[in-house]
Design a protein. Structure first.
Length: 338
């Protein structure tokens, strides 16, 4: 464990931390960093009273060296962090947040019709990419700023919170001007400059797990965002790549209870990218809620057969309505609300 002191702490305050550690029977060693002083606690983790140390003057944080503890910060009795989704909803409280919409914003009538259906079915967020990370450079790359304007129009009409992806540092300011939640996609989860850039602005961040990223790598990605100053991170499990071929990805639902055990940050599941198959989206949504997810991120389209991207995994609007209604017993069984 390490005790990170605030940058302008005095020698007396470091001595006080050392006294506390002596009282707890913990060995220690002071490291004089160029920007911050650190007191390293040697062994005896079980004797360390973390809360007591954290309430000492000028202690910034007590960190577990082997784990990114800004993101993995849950202590017994802690509640999940409730993060705003726009002006009138939150995620992480009692209510399960349904966020749905097309893979990509295509046209005004497309996004408006879908937004109205999402709202009517009980959704609180509208997802949709204006900047699309595509495998092929010849595929549709998104409408860019025009797409963001259409999303803002949909918010105006429906009140839904806008969740949309930002792919590079240069676009963070632009996307943050339109979005209620900035999505960092699976491909970008490893981009530490982007993570730092979204951490320096104040809108919540939906952080998708990289398809080859371990849980620890996901936690460390969140760590970049939080360390840069933004504590409002929402984890998103969207499936990982395995040897299995019957689904696009393997939806790794066991990370949901594990993340909930170690972190106070809310967790969303994306069963659309997680399976790549429309018929599997509803059962995996039920399972996600049953194992503790705080929300769902689902692709829906008014006409999936002609969607410009990810049509195979997008639900028809009536299927989304059915999913939302069928989810209710699972929500109730999990002790949550819709
Ligand atoms: C998306 O949400 O449309 C998307 C591109 O997701 P991912 O980054 O998980 O592939
Ligand atoms: Mn998609």
């Amino acid at each position: 464990m390490i005790v990170l002191m605030k940058p302008s702490c005095s020698q007396d305050q470091i001595d006080h931390v050392i006294e506390l550690l002596d009282e707890m029977g913990c060995d220690h060693c002071v490291i004089n960093g160029s920007k911050q002083q650190v007191v390293e606690v040697l062994g005896a983790r079980d004797r360390l009273d973390r809360r007591r140390l954290e309430s000492a003057p000028m202690v910034e944080r007590v960190l577990d060296k082997s784990a990114p503890t800004l993101a993995a910060d849950r202590q017994p009795g802690d509640r999940t962090r409730e993060i705003p989704l726009g002006a009138s909803a939150t995620i992480g409280g009692a209510k399960i947040a349904l966020i749905a919409g097309p893979c990509a914003v295509e046209t005004e009538s497309q996004i408006m019709e879908i937004a109205a259906a999402v709202k009517e079915a009980g959704g609180v967020g509208l997802r949709g990419g204006a900047f699309k990370p595509r495998t092929s450079p010849y595929s549709f790359q998104g409408l860019g700023e025009g797409g963001l304007e259409l999303l803002a129009l949909a918010r105006e009409k429906t009140g839904l919170a806008i969740v949309t992806e930002v792919m590079c540092c240069e676009d963070v300011e632009l996307v943050a001007r339109f979005a209620d939640v900035l999505q960092v996609g699976s491909r970008s989860m490893h981009s530490s400059p982007l993570l730092t850039a979204v951490g320096r602005q104040s809108k919540p961040v939906l952080l998708k797990r990289g398809w080859c990223a371990s849980l620890m790598e996901l936690l460390n990605a969140a760590e970049y965002i939080i360390k840069a100053g933004n504590p409002d991170v929402i984890f998103c499990e969207r499936g990982i790549r395995t040897f299995e071929t019957f689904t696009r990805n393997t939806l790794s639902l066991s990370v949901v209870p594990e993340l909930k055990r170690i972190s106070t940050l809310p967790v969303v599941v994306d069963p659309s990218h997680g399976t790549g198959r429309r018929d599997l989206v509803a059962p995996m949504s039920n399972a996600a809620v049953a194992c503790g997810a705080d929300g769902l991120l689902i692709e829906v389209h008014r006409d999936p057969d002609i969607a410009w991207s990810d049509g195979d995994q997008s639900l028809h609007l009536d299927q989304f309505r059915t999913l939302a209604a069928a989810l209710r017993p699972f929500v109730a069984a999990a002790g949550r609300e819709v």
